[in-house]
Structure formats: structure tokens, C-alpha cells
Design a protein around this ligand. Structure first.
Ligand code: CU
Length: 510
């Protein structure tokens, strides 16, 4: 009797436990299934392209007595109506959102007077520019509210699509998301002589792509569940224009694509899958155009593509889903399954004829790596580079001026990262031991490094020696950068030691 009762009690306990566990697992599974199925976003086929694309104005400049070209940039707060009837609080340069396009020629001396009219300190970094460390606009060159900072340097690099944006340690994501970014175009004589589309805003169009999310009138900058890469928006805009279209009046149109998003990786193509010619990457023109129908850009990267149009037709610049993230989990929660209709191109009924683009575009100025004086290794994890989080007062690497180095960068933690080096343009020698694809054979300053991937880069350090002022290298997914995925290097004369940079400023520090 006692024996059967015991057994019955055990049976009851078992049934109750099994039911509780079963319900729990079902809820968890259901919850997970819901998260999984709602994690991907697509605007393909849902955008009505009702707004003409805004083209950032070319920045006005004056020329000093000594020949220096002088620009003025004012960091300010404002409002912009991205969506009808809704005024969104924003930041911008000389306006409400984004900034004018700066343009200068190789060999010119430039000076930019930057006035900070915001209520907090910030910086302006010249992404892709070869210049002295003190002018670089990294976290050591903070501009206090009300102050002006006037970096100056001589442009000494090939024609290219560069850009500028704030770089305050710990707060870069926030400052860029609010609207502080703009293009800096470098021209040179060889590229000006090439038959490439070059009428700014007409057949040579800046395309600054950002993803965005709104909460009523305000930006919603919250990070979603499991989004280990940082902020991912549910819509895109170009040059601050939602649902944009661009009228095309020429047979060939050159798009200067800039991924100015903080975490999103795009795989650009045209909606009808037509081929385009890739003519340039981060640091300038390729040696020859590469025909393709997709070009992937991680945050900070640029690509110049030339698209052929037929009279009267329409096509859409789209970002396709792509499976380059390393694993299915990252693929889904870091945006790999997402797709966006980004910019509609509308060809006029009659198009001006464009000459065929040249088969040769020039010679690259990035080193081959054969004469590398030194190799360095960088292991990327979200927690830091080479096991260390960023420290403003620590110099991580000391480089000898006038030498070429080979840097091997490996993503060790599965989360997508990329790698950006200040001051230099590099050549990608290898991706996972193999020759890189066509889109990585030009001059680069930022390279995507998906989980488990190793890239080998060659770069030459020609900047002036400055043992006390570091340049940065970092992941350009800004949430990661802000969290400490950054390191510092100084360039010194042969035999010299690194100095001690100041611990920094405090602003934005964790
Ligand atoms: Cu990263």
C-alpha cells in the first residue's frame, strides 16, 4: 500500500514537472521563433521613391595669400523633416543634417576651420586622408563647445572619395547617427584627364547611405535584441533623403557610394541585376574597371561605380541579403538577411551620349608588401584588439617612418567586424590565404573581416614623425569602436621611441 502510494506521488510529481518544463520550452521556443522570424527587415518593393535626392552642396572656400585653400565647417544642432510633418532633432555641418562636400586637388594646402556650436565636445576626423597625426581629428583632438579647431595639411594622395565624421572616444556612434558626416573629394591631374563621368550632382553623384529608425518624429537609436553589431535601422536614406530618386540625363552615371551607417553591411546591386563597372574603392581609382553586379560595403567603406542607363528606363540601387557573416545566427541578427530598396535612378527620355570608360585608370600607389620591414598581427574581438580595450594613454604599436609593413588581421570571435587604419591606404594582399577578389584589389583604408576571416594588408607609413600623437586603428562598426575595439600607433623616426600621449579628455570615456 505505502509502496503504491509512493509510486503514485512520484508519478504525479513527474507529470507536473514534465508539464511545467514542456510549457516553458514551448514558450521559449515560440519566443525564439518569433524573434528569429521578426529579426529580418526588407523594404524591397515597398518604397515609392517620392523625394528627389538631395545632393550635398560643394563647400565654399577661399584661398589665403600663401595659397592655402580654407574651408569653414560649423557643427550645429537643428531639425529636419525626414518624414512629412515630423521635425526630427538633428546635428549637421553648416546645416541641419550631414555636411557640404569638400573638394581639393592633390598638391594643394588646405585648412578647415571647425567651429563647435554644439553643447558637447566632438572632433572631426578625415577618413582616408594621409596627414600629420595632430591634424587627424581622432580622439586626441577634441574641440570643446564654443571652440574652433583649424587643422591644416597638404593633400598628397591620388584622386579619391574620402569623408569626414566625428571621432570622440566612446561617443562616435551617437555623433554620426545624429547627422555629422560629409564627403571630401580629392582630385588629381591624371584622373581629371580620364573619360569618366565627372559633373558633380549630374552624372557624378555622391550616395551617402545610412540606415535609420524613427520613434514618432525622433530618431530611435536603440539596439535590437541580439544585435551584437550595434544599431540596425529598418529603413534607409541617401544624403539624408528618405525614398529618394535621382534623374539621370546621361548614358553613364557614376555613383560614389559611401556606407556612412554605424553597423550595417550592404551588398549593393541594381534591382534588375545589371552589371556595373567598379572604377574606384576607398583610396582612389582601380588600375582598370571591374565588371560586377554586387559590391559589398561595410561601415566606412566607399566604392565608385559607373552604371549604364537606357532612355526612359528606371532601375533601383538595392542592397541584397548576403551570407558572408560567418554563421546563421550572425546572418540573421546582424542584418545579413535584410534587403533594402535604396535609390531609384530615372533616365530621361533622351540621354546625352557618354564616352566609353577607359580600360586603364592608372597605377596604384599602395605597396606590394615585398619590402615590408615588419609584420604585425591583430586579433579582433568585440572586447578589444589583441586582448586589450582602447586606452588613450597607451601606445600599442610604434612604426618607423618611411617603412612598409604587413599587417595580418584576424576576426577571432564570430561577430562581424571590419578594420580601419588612419593616415594610410593599404593593399589587401590576401583574404584567407588567397588573392583578394576584384573589389579588394584597389587602395583601401577599411576592410570587412567577417567571423573566422584573416586578411593580410600592406601599407607604407610616410607621415611626419610624431612620437606623442597617435593615429588610430579600429573596428568601424561604431558600437564596437566606442566599446574599446581600437588601438593606437605612433610614427617615429628610425631608432626613436614612442612618447606618452595624454590620457584624454574624459568626454565620452566609459
Ligand atoms: Cu567590430
Amino acid at each position: 500500500m505505502a509502496k503504491t502510494g509512493g509510486r503514485r506521488r512520484w508519478k504525479r510529481i513527474l507529470i507536473v514537472t514534465a508539464t511545467v518544463v514542456g510549457v516553458f520550452v514551448a514558450l521559449l521556443g515560440g519566443g525564439f521563433a518569433w524573434l528569429w522570424t521578426t529579426a529580418d527587415v526588407s523594404t524591397v518593393g515597398k518604397v515609392d521613391f517620392s523625394n528627389r535626392l538631395a545632393v550635398p552642396p560643394l563647400a565654399k572656400s577661399t584661398v589665403d595669400k600663401d595659397g592655402t585653400r580654407v574651408f569653414d565647417l560649423r557643427m550645429q544642432s537643428g531639425h529636419k523633416e525626414f518624414n512629412k510633418g515630423r521635425r526630427t532633432p538633428t546635428w549637421g555641418f553648416n546645416g541641419d543634417y550631414l555636411g557640404p562636400t569638400l573638394r581639393a586637388e592633390r598638391g594643394e594646402k588646405v585648412k578647415v576651420r571647425i567651429a563647435n556650436r554644439l553643447k558637447e565636445a566632438s572632433t572631426v576626423h578625415w577618413h582616408g586622408m594621409h596627414l600629420p597625426a595632430r591634424m587627424d581629428g581622432g580622439p586626441h583632438q577634441m574641440v570643446e563647445p564654443g571652440d574652433t579647431w583649424s587643422p591644416r595639411w597638404k593633400i598628397d594622395q591620388p584622386a579619391s572619395t574620402l569623408w569626414y565624421h566625428p571621432h570622440p572616444h566612446g561617443a562616435t556612434e551617437k555623433h554620426v547617427q545624429r547627422g555629422l558626416a560629409g564627403m571630401f573629394l580629392v582630385d588629381d591631374k591624371p584622373s581629371s584627364g580620364l573619360e569618366l563621368p565627372k559633373k558633380y550632382g549630374v552624372d557624378d553623384v555622391p550616395v551617402i547611405v545610412q540606415d535609420v529608425k524613427f520613434d514618432g518624429a525622433d530618431f530611435d537609436h536603440g539596439h535590437g535584441f541580439m544585435q551584437s553589431t550595434g544599431f540596425l535601422g529598418d529603413r534607409t536614406m541617401v544624403n539624408g533623403t528618405m525614398k529618394p530618386y535621382q534623374e539621370v540625363g546621361d548614358e553613364l552615371v557614376r555613383l560614389r557610394l559611401l556606407n556612412a551607417s554605424t553597423a550595417r553591411i550592404y551588398d549593393f546591386g541594381l534591382s534588375d541585376d545589371r552589371e556595373f563597372a567598379l572604377v574606384g574603392t576607398d583610396g582612389g581609382l582601380l588600375e582598370s574597371p571591374a565588371r560586377m553586379n554586387r559590391i559589398q560595403l561595410s561601415p566606412g567603406e566607399r566604392a565608385e561605380i559607373v552604371v549604364r542607363m537606357k532612355p526612359g528606363e528606371k532601375t533601383v540601387l538595392r542592397s541584397y541579403s548576403h551570407d558572408t557573416y560567418g554563421d546563421a545566427w550572425q546572418q540573421r541578427f546582424s542584418g545579413g538577411d535584410d534587403s533594402f530598396d535604396i535609390l531609384q535612378l530615372r533616365a530621361a527620355d533622351k540621354l546625352r551620349p557618354s564616352p566609353e570608360i577607359p580600360g586603364e585608370l592608372g597605377e596604384l600607389e599602395v605597396p606590394h608588401g615585398k619590402d615590408s620591414a615588419r609584420e604585425r598581427f591583430f586579433e579582433l574581438r568585440t572586447s578589444g584588439i589583441n586582448g586589450r580595450a582602447m586606452d588613450m594613454s597607451r601606445v600599442d604599436e610604434t612604426v618607423t617612418r618611411g617603412t612598409t609593413e604587413t599587417w595580418t588581421v584576424r576576426n577571432e570571435d564570430g561577430v562581424p567586424h571590419n578594420f580601419h587604419v588612419h593616415d594610410v591606404q593599404f593593399r589587401v594582399l590576401e583574404v584567407n590565404g588567397r588573392r583578394p577578389p576584384a573589389e579588394l584589389r584597389g587602395a583601401k583604408d577599411t576592410v570587412f573581416v567577417p567571423g573566422g576571416t584573416t586578411v593580410k594588408l600592406a601599407m607604407r607609413f610616410d607621415g611626419p614623425a610624431d612620437p606623442d600623437t597617435p593615429y588610430m586603428y579600429h573596428c568601424h562598426l561604431l558600437f564596437h569602436e566606442d566599446g574599446g575595439m581600437m588601438g593606437q600607433f605612433v610614427v617615429v623616426d628610425k631608432g626613436d621611441k614612442a612618447g606618452r600621449p595624454p590620457a584624454g579628455h574624459g568626454h565620452g570615456d566609459h
